[in-house]
Each structure stands twice: as C-alpha cells, then as structure tokens.
Design a protein around this ligand. Structure first.
Ligand code: GAL
Length: 664
C-alpha cells in the first residue's frame, strides 16, 4: 500500500541540542554540519522533559523555539518527540507513584529511563499536560512534520495500581471468576480463585506456573502500553490532527504485541542495530531483512521509518567492533529496499558525558567533518537523494510467513517436549531464507492477518491458536490457498488449554489429512533422518509422529520405532493444498521443499541469478542489489538498467563487500 509522508527520503536522526544549551555556538555548527552531511531532518526533544519543565508548572520552551527556527531556516524537517521516556527528578520525588515497582514489590528509586508506572494517573496526567503544551506551541511551526511518541516503550510495573488494573482487565476479558478458573484450569494444584483480589501479577516468588495467567499478564501489559500511548496522543490528535504519529519499536521486542500496537500508529518506525562484521554478515542481513518485512507488513505494505541506527558503533555490545567502511550505508540502503522512507541515526552528535558518550554518532567529539564516519554519512545522504522514486512506495509479497507475537509468548512459556531447543523466530527465519535468497518479497503477518491476499502462507510452529484461526486456515485452503504447517501446530487455544479430540486442533486434522499422535524430542546430538524426494534431511530437536487419514506422504522417517511413518505430507482440501512438515531441520529441507512447492507460482522473483551472499529486493520500479558476502560479487542482469547511484547504463555489476547498487 502506497503512502507518502514526505517527498524525499528522510535522512537525519536523534538530535539533542538540549545537552548543549550552554554552548550555543555548537548549535550553529550543527546547522553547518547537517548541511554538509546531506541531512534533511532532526528528531528533537526525546528525553528533554527536565529542560522543558525544570520545576513543576514552570516551563521553558524558548530553547526549543530557537532550535526549531534554526532547523527550519536551514531547510530541515523536525520530528518532534514527546518526553515521557524519562522524567525530571522533581516529578519522581514529589509523586513516588510514578516510579515503577518490580515484581518483588519494591519500588525503584529515581533514575535511568523507562522507569515509570504505566497505570499511574498522576504520570498520565503530567504526560498529557506536557504533550498538550508542546502541541499548542508548535501546532503551526513549519518545521514540525511528525510526532515521535516517547521512546521505545518497554517494561512493566507491578505496583498496587497495576495489580488492580490487571484485575479490572481480567474482569473485562473473562465473564466471571468461574470462567477464569475454568479457562486457566485452576483445578490443577488447587488454584481455584474465590475472589478477584487473590490474583496478582506473575512472579518468581509467587505464581509462575499458570501459563494462561502469564499470557493474560502479557496481554494486559501490552494493552497498558497501548492505553498509555493513547493517553499521550489524545491532545496531539486534537490539536494537530494533520501531523502523523509514530513511536519507535525495538526490533522483535516481545514485551508488547507490536502487531496490535501497529493499529494505533499512522506509520511504523523502528530502531535497527544489527551486529555487523562480527560473524556471518549474510545471516545478519537475512535477519534484518525479516524484521524490516515484519514492520512493512504491519500496515499492509505501507512504507515505514528507520528511526534509529548507528552510523558507526554502539556502546552496548560486549565488544564494540567497528563495522567495515560503508557497512552502515549498506545497512541503510537495505532498509530502504525493504520499505523504509527514512534513514535516521542515533545520534547526530556524541554526548560529552553520560552513559552513551562512546556510542557512534555522525559528529564525533572532535566536532568536525573530517572523519570517515561523517564522510560516509554525507555520501549516503547524497545517494538517498537519488532514490526519490522509492518514496511512498509500499508493497506486499505474494507469500506470507505467520510470525505472531502472542504465539511467541505461548511458545516461550509452556513446559514440555524439548524445553532446551525452542526458538520461534529462528524457525521462521529458516522458512524465510529460501525466499530471501531468491529475491522474493515475503510479508510477515500475525495469525489474524488476511491470508486471502497470498498464494502461499507458511505458519511455522503455530502452537497456540487465537479464536477463529482454525476457521480462517480452513477457509483459506478450501478456497484454493496453499498452506504449510509444521510440528506442534494447533495444540492450545489462547488460554493455553489443549484442544481435545486430537492434534492439530479440530478440523485442521481434515485440512491436513492427518492426526499427530506423539511429538518426540531429540536431545542435543541425537538425530533422525527424513527421506523426501530422494534426498535425506536431518531431524533435530523435535518431530511429530503422526498417521495420515487423507494426506499423501512425501517424506518419511528413516529410524527409531517410527521408521517409515510420514514426516512430510500434502493434502488436497477443497481447491487448495495443505502441507505438513513434521520435523525441525537446520534449513536445507526448507530450501528444497519451498523450491518444489512454489514451482508453479509467479512470486515476482528477479529475472537474473543472485550470487551467494547477495541480496536483491524490488521496490516499485527500483531494484536494490546489496553485497553482504566478504568478497566482491558480480551480478549479471537480465537486461540493461540504469544504476541510479552512478547514473550509468549497466547489464552487469561488480560490487565490493558492503557495496550496493540501486537500478531502474
Ligand atoms: C536505542 C534508544 C536510544 C539509544 C540507542 C543506543 O534503543 O532508543 O535512545 O539509547 O538505543 O543504541
């Protein structure tokens, strides 16, 4: 889905002039340097509350007026932040209830950031007030083009207010205590609740074995963040209805259901910090691609913003190795290939003191432009100016992989089968790789996404099913879709109650034409083999032992007491096909299997060979080619293209490691 917020790719990042309030000459120098760096925007005010309201009810916006005017005079767009991510000391001192309480019931002292209660009425009111004042003051400022709400919402609070809010949440989501007891299977270990007040948040020293309750708590925490955000944005929606709103997500952070939160944002933005040049870059690129696709898919293919990335190093890895020259530029171009309409950094200028003073920035402590990092940022800025054709162009793949935030929660918390080897994201990445390596766009969707849009839907490890999922899978396949399920599929409902009557749940048995009898778990070092289409594949960690009813067997186990029983099946159901891959594998099986099942589909793969380590992605009329291999790679194109970066006509291109080209 196309959607344009700017007419060009935004290039800028977190800018903290509030830290340099006593050296105004630095502000002017920043303007000069931003122009040199081909930076066209700045994200201002993220953690500036104590500068904006130094004492309760005493406001100081003059510095912000001045910097916004300066930025505007220099042709920069401003993404204006609300400051709730960190608070002034006076606020915490006067209203201790705003501080977070840990799971042991101990209230944090003032300090760090993201240290606030999500429920506290006082904090919500204070946030609303400061946001109202920001919106009133800057509603007509010509530089202000977007709202950046808070920063990386995360964490949870266990204070009494939150406990009470949790109980209220439960009362909305369960009709009665009896229903809750039934759904949480509280007859087990004598856990029947007789009063709502007996329910507390999960914790190590208290209740931590009622899986349904843990899932409910995670849903509650996620909803609390969203309601906190709704409180933050209410005045902005009212006072500045035309300014789009986003908040920056943190990769696949699972403390909040981002797929749900996404519905409340005008656009998605996220902070990307891959660990480049420390291991296998091609794998790092694949994972970054998956995350970009996840965020692009959250609003039906609409472009998203790369809100943060480092122009050089971070400071929070154990060892902060400098990535190779131009790696960060390549990483930024990769984001644009996958749908980003911005490349933004944390941070514009290194802070002089504090926890992040050694974190990469466009402007180093030296303060001048004569650095490798600065030159690379300027070069990238110039390159981005040539990619105007991408701006606003959204896109969808014809294949979807189901990665569902709530399924991740459920997979992480259950006890049983293989408790040591259980990585939902890693499983999804294995199914993503065969498409990624062929340059085929894949959407990453929740289980309640719209399957009908896709020629093929793959749902790895879909252990928990939200209400309605069984019918939706059944309808999709009946109407002609191709669906791939894997081991441990359709085991529990959203409250972690096992489906009765055989697995996978309900009529999924008919859709797949099989019934799973027993999942087997393989200890580290122990394997089985599956033979499928004349090739052998290693079984690791876990596999289902099953019998078919109507499915055709494509592959079988070769060892153990279930030797010669089905491990890979396909079932024709209605107009579609349902495939079942019953075992975990390192990835070679997925590559071959996907090749076979997509042979009759046109999924929009590029019409040229993609060498090993190279990633190709089409966005609108542009094709992005990125070399993540450690040596140079030559790509022979299917026809003549214009290389937009160099403005040359080419039919072949040789890229060094970290190299990128965008061709049209
Ligand atoms: C982000 C955060 C930034 C900065 C950055 C450092 O997660 O939003 O404020 O701390 O990390 O990498």
């Amino acid at each position: 889905m196309d959607k344009k917020f700017f007419d060009y790719i935004i290039h800028g990042g977190d800018y903290n002039p509030d830290q340099w309030i006593n050296t105004p000459e630095i502000w002017d120098e920043d303007m000069r340097l931003m122009n040199l760096a081909n930076v066209n925007s700045a994200t201002v005010g993220i953690f500036a509350w104590s500068m904006l309201e130094p004492e309760e009810g005493v406001y100081n916006f003059e510095w912000l007026d001045e910097i916004l005017d300066k930025l505007h005079a220099n042709g920069k767009d401003v993404i204006l932040a609300t400051p709730s991510g960190a608070r002034p000391a006076w606020l915490a001192q006067k209203y201790p209830e705003v501080l977070r309480v840990n799971e042991n019931g101990i209230r944090n002292e003032y300090g760090v950031r993201h240290n606030h209660c999500l429920t506290s009425p006082v904090y919500r009111e204070k946030v609303r007030k400061i946001n109202t004042l920001l919106a009133e003051r800057y509603k007509n400022h010509p530089a202000v083009k977007m709202w950046h709400i808070s920063n990386e919402y995360c964490g949870e609070c266990h204070c009494e207010l939150c406990q009470e809010a949790f109980r209220d949440w439960l009362k909305v989501h369960y009709e009665s205590l009896d229903e809750l007891n039934e759904k949480w299977w509280n007859g087990f270990w004598s856990h029947k609740m007789t009063d709502w007040s007996q329910i507390n948040s999960p914790k190590d020293r208290g209740e931590n074995h009622v899986v349904a309750m843990k899932l409910a708590w995670r849903r509650f925490v996620s909803d609390s963040h969203i309601s906190f955000y709704e409180n933050e944005i209410a005045p902005l929606r009212e006072i500045t209805p035309d300014i789009p709103i986003t908040t920056n997500f943190m990769r696949m952070y699972d403390g909040i259901d981002y797929q749900d939160f996404a519905k409340h944002l005008d656009l998605i933005s996220w902070d990307n910090y891959p660990a480049w040049d420390k291991g296998e870059n091609a794998d790092e690129a694949l994972e970054a691609a998956f995350v970009h696709d996840t965020f692009r898919s959250m609003k039906d293919g609409q472009p998203f913003f790369l809100m943060e990335s480092t122009p050089s190093i971070v400071n929070w890895h154990d060892v902060n190795k400098i990535p190779k020259p131009m790696r960060q530029a390549q990483s930024s171009i990769q984001a644009v290939a996958h749908g980003a309409d911005s490349v933004q950094y944390f941070q514009w200028r290194k802070s002089r003191g504090g926890h992040e003073k050694f974190h990469g920035a466009v402007v180093d402590h030296c303060g001048h432009e004569n650095t490798r990092v600065f030159r690379e940022v300027s070069k990238l800025g110039a390159d981005l100016q040539k990619l105007g054709g991408a701006v606003g162009k959204g896109y969808n793949g014809k294949v979807a992989i189901v990665y569902d935030w709530q399924n991740k929660w459920a997979v992480d918390v259950f006890c049983g089968y293989n408790n040591t080897k259980r990585n939902y994201l890693a499983e999804c990445l294995k199914w993503y790789r065969p498409f990624y390596e062929r340059g085929i766009a894949v959407d990453i969707i929740p289980m309640d996404g719209d399957f009908a849009k896709y020629d093929l839907v793959i749902a790895p490890f879909l252990y928990m099913l939200k209400d309605g999922t069984i019918d939706r899978i059944e309808g999709y396949v009946r109407n002609g879709g191709k669906f791939v399920g894997t081991y441990l599929m359709g085991i529990v409902d959203k409250d972690d109650l096992c489906y009765l009557g055989g697995f996978p749940a309900g009529k999924l048995k008919d859709v797949f034409g099989l019934e799973v009898e027993e999942p087997d778990s393989l200890p580290e070092g122990m394997t089985n083999t599956v033979s499928c289409n004349g090739k052998n594949y290693t079984v690791v960690d876990i596999c289902d032992i099953l019998h078919t009813t109507s499915a055709q067997t494509l592959g079988s186990y070769k060892a153990d007491f279930y030797k010669d029983t089905p491990a890979v099946t396909v079932n024709s159901y209605g107009k579609g096909k349902a495939y079942y891959a019953a075992f975990a594998n390192g990835g070679d099986f997925m590559t071959d299997f996907i090749r076979d099942i997509i042979a009759d589909l046109d999924l929009g793969a590029p019409a040229f060979e993609i060498p090993d380590g190279v990633s190709v992605r089409k966005r609108g009329d542009l094709t992005f080619i990125l070399n993540f291999a450690d040596e140079e790679r030559t790509v022979t194109l299917d026809k003549e293209y214009t290389n937009l970066i160099t403005d040359e006509k080419i039919t072949e291109i040789t890229l060094p490691t970290c190299g990128y080209a965008v061709v049209e």
